[in-house]
Design a binder for this molecule. Structure first.
Ligand code: ADP
Ligand code: MG
Ligand code: ZN
Length: 624
């Protein structure tokens, strides 16, 4: 509203000026340019004529204009009303006065028509266009006629000015994105083999971890047109406009291929559509999403249009967006580990004047759980403090002080973990990994980390299957349950206590054990009896499959027995490998993230060597 209000006076002031000019033109200018004319009565005119003072006379519109010499011989203009005077011509003749009658000015009918009809019409049309253009400006570049046009901006490389060197850490994400950049540089290389790149890659991770930055860096590296738009820009006032914007964006991109389309905060339009409790739904958002989906289906990967998305909330995305052929490549962008934090601090410290000898390692160690954006903020706070203290360079003490300020500031919102807790979490996670490694049927450990995640997990052990698995044997399920128990087992073995951190593990264990008994028929006591259905009961779950209360009690007892057995098994493994546990937990505590290769190398007696982590699509089962 404020926008419009400030614009309308602009139009009005133009009008005021126009009016003023017209007024001056029609009233003042003739008045100024005209000489003084004296109005006289007819008698005076006749007398003057008689006295020979009048030199010439013009009859016009029933008025007689004439020039007469006054007594001093000066000519003055006079006017008088014409009289029905038959002798006037004779008198004028007698006095030798020059006299004329002005011929009434007759325009040709065509000119009259033009002046009276066409000119006003033209003026109205011009004014109308002028107003329309103003309105268009006020309402975000749209009017009824250009509803289908959007204004997705083109960002060329020179405009983002970012490259991969601006992004510290995040090696896996960079690796995955570098492939896309390479494809855009030399598509023929890929075409020669017949490879098509995934159409879409989705950057997902907590806020402030550099997702937007990474996308800008891709644009900077790729030297191809870069269409950047935020999800919220698609959310429009009128139904159908968001969809029109999507259509237009893809049309523009198609014309500019090879190119990149970047949709930031894609969860704004990509929210899952089937959320229960949503009454009526959001037609506009749904239409926009549907349009996006159909556009993504509409072109093939060889065309050279790559779509990047970014989101903080991958879990809220509509599954349709994630299915193959759309955002089928998912790139996790996690909170930085120790080395990553140090690197990020160095990147941003490069932009301020540092006093030599700042210990970034120490700052990095003190900021477990901080995101890239928060680390950037720490550097900036330190620089501000240096200025307050009247210095011209940032010192170590500024950094340490600002860590405290920033951490105290965000302690409530993000988890910055105390050293003692970190130690416990390390043992817990290594407990999972150790049990998994020592049991045969288990899924290989891919990555262990104690970097807290926004989901609330304080650390996690990721296991990735070599291939896709459709069946699980009884042994594999038991192994999985024991692996979940490994975290708690390590706590008990080392600290002789239990923490609340195992709650999610216990939930997973219970679910698996319950499924074994109630659905998979894997318990000797109950046998092959289904005691519950998988289906949602709102979608027609079968009530006849519900356990009777007597069987229900037996079921619970069986579940408890299975989990107890698995827990004992895990505890046995931990107790038998205490030395390895200490070594690995110490290493994890120091590194914060350990890859599967490093873990296996250390487990088999070697020292942990920081191996290069190969890029993988991380879609493991997070065992918390
Ligand atoms: P996101 O989009 O993931 O919420 P941004 O990309 O907007 O986060 O990051 C915010 C800021 O944090 C960036 O502009 C950058 O200055 C800083 N930042 C985050 N991660 C990194 C990183 N890995 N290296 C360097 N700077 C980073
Ligand atoms: Mg962002
Ligand atoms: Zn756990």
């Amino acid at each position: 509203m404020n926008n419009n209000a400030s614009r309308f006076p602009g139009i009005y002031s133009i009008f005021l000026v126009l009016m003023a000019v017209m007024f001056l033109n029609s009233m003042l200018v003739p008045a100024l340019s005209k000489q003084q004319v004296t109005e006289v009565d007819y008698g005076t005119f006749l007398t003057q004529l008689q006295d020979g003072e009048i030199t010439d006379v013009t009859l016009e519109n029933g008025k007689i204009n004439y020039a007469a010499k006054d007594t001093k011989g000066k000519t003055a203009l006079h006017v008088t009303g014409a009289w029905d005077d038959a002798e006037l011509v004779d008198r004028l003749h007698a006095k030798n006065v020059k006299f004329t009658r002005v011929i009434p000015h007759e325009n040709s009918p065509i000119i009259n028509f033009l002046l009276n009809w066409i000119l006003p019409l033209a003026i109205f049309m011009l004014l109308g266009q002028f107003f329309a253009r103003q309105l268009q400006k006020n309402f975000g570049g749209k009017n009824a006629l250009t509803l289908g046009k959007s204004n997705a901006k083109i960002y060329a490389e020179s405009e983002t000015g970012k490259t991969f060197s601006d992004v510290a850490g995040q090696d896996e994400a960079k690796e995955a994105l570098r492939e896309i950049v390479d494809f855009l540089h030399s598509p023929q290389k890929y075409a020669a083999i017949g490879a098509a790149l995934p159409k879409g890659a989705l950057l997902m991770g907590p806020p402030g971890t550099g997702k937007t930055l990474l996308a800008k860096a891709v644009a900077g590296e790729a030297h191809v047109p870069f269409f950047s738009i935020s999800g919220s820009e698609f959310v429009e006032m009128f139904v159908g406009m968001g969809a029109a914007k999507v259509r237009d964006l893809f049309k523009q991109a198609d014309a500019k291929a090879p190119c990149i389309i970047f949709i930031d905060e894609i969860d704004t339009i990509g929210k899952r559509r089937d959320v229960p409790g949503a009454i009526g739904g959001n037609d506009e958002r749904e239409q926009t999403l549907n349009q996006l989906l159909s556009e993504m289906d509409g072109f093939d990967g060889r065309g050279g249009v790559v779509i990047l998305g970014a989101t903080n909330r991958p879990d809220s995305l509509d599954p349709a967006l994630l299915r193959p052929g759309r955002f089928d490549r998912r790139i996790p962008v996690e909170l930085p580990d120790l080395a990553g934090r140090e690197a990020i601090l160095r990147v941003h410290a490069g932009k301020v004047r540092m006093d030599g000898g700042a210990d970034f390692g120490l700052v990095a160690r003190a900021t477990a759980g901080a995101s890239g954006a928060e680390l950037e903020n720490i550097i900036n706070e330190a620089a501000l403090r240096a200025i307050r203290e009247g210095r011209d360079a940032v010192k170590q003490c500024d950094l340490e002080e600002s860590v405290e300020v920033v951490i105290a500031g965000y302690q409530r919102k993000s988890a910055v973990i105390s050293p003692e807790e970190k130690r416990m979490i390390s043992y817990h996670e290594i407990g999972h990994a150790l049990v998994a490694a020592k049991l045969s049927d288990s899924t290989p450990v891919h990555k262990i980390t104690i970097i807290p995640r926004t989901s609330g997990a304080l650390g996690y052990t990721m296991q990735v299957d070599e291939g896709e698995r459709f069946l699980m044997t009884r042994e594999q399920i038991l192994t999985r349950i024991a692996t979940f128990a490994g975290g708690r087992a390590a706590e008990e073995a080392v600290f002789n206590t239990m923490t609340s951190g195992a709650s999610n593990d216990i939930e997973q264990m219970t679910k698996l054990a319950r499924a074994m008994v109630a659905r998979f028929g894997m318990s000797g006591e109950i046998g092959m009896v289904t005691l519950e259905t998988v289906e949602n009961r709102y979608l027609g779950g079968d009530a006849s499959l519900a356990a009777s209360s007597a069987t229900g009690a037996k079921l619970d007892a069986q579940v408890a027995e299975i989990t107890r057995g698995c827990h004992q098994r895990a505890l046995g493994i931990i107790r038998g490998n205490m030395e390895t546990l200490h070594k690995l937990a110490g290493y994890l505590l120091e590194k914060e993230t350990v890859s599967g290769e490093e873990f296996m190398a250390m487990l088999n007696g070697g020292e942990g060597k920081p191996a290069a982590v190969p890029a993988t699509s991380a879609q493991g089962l997070g065992a918390k």
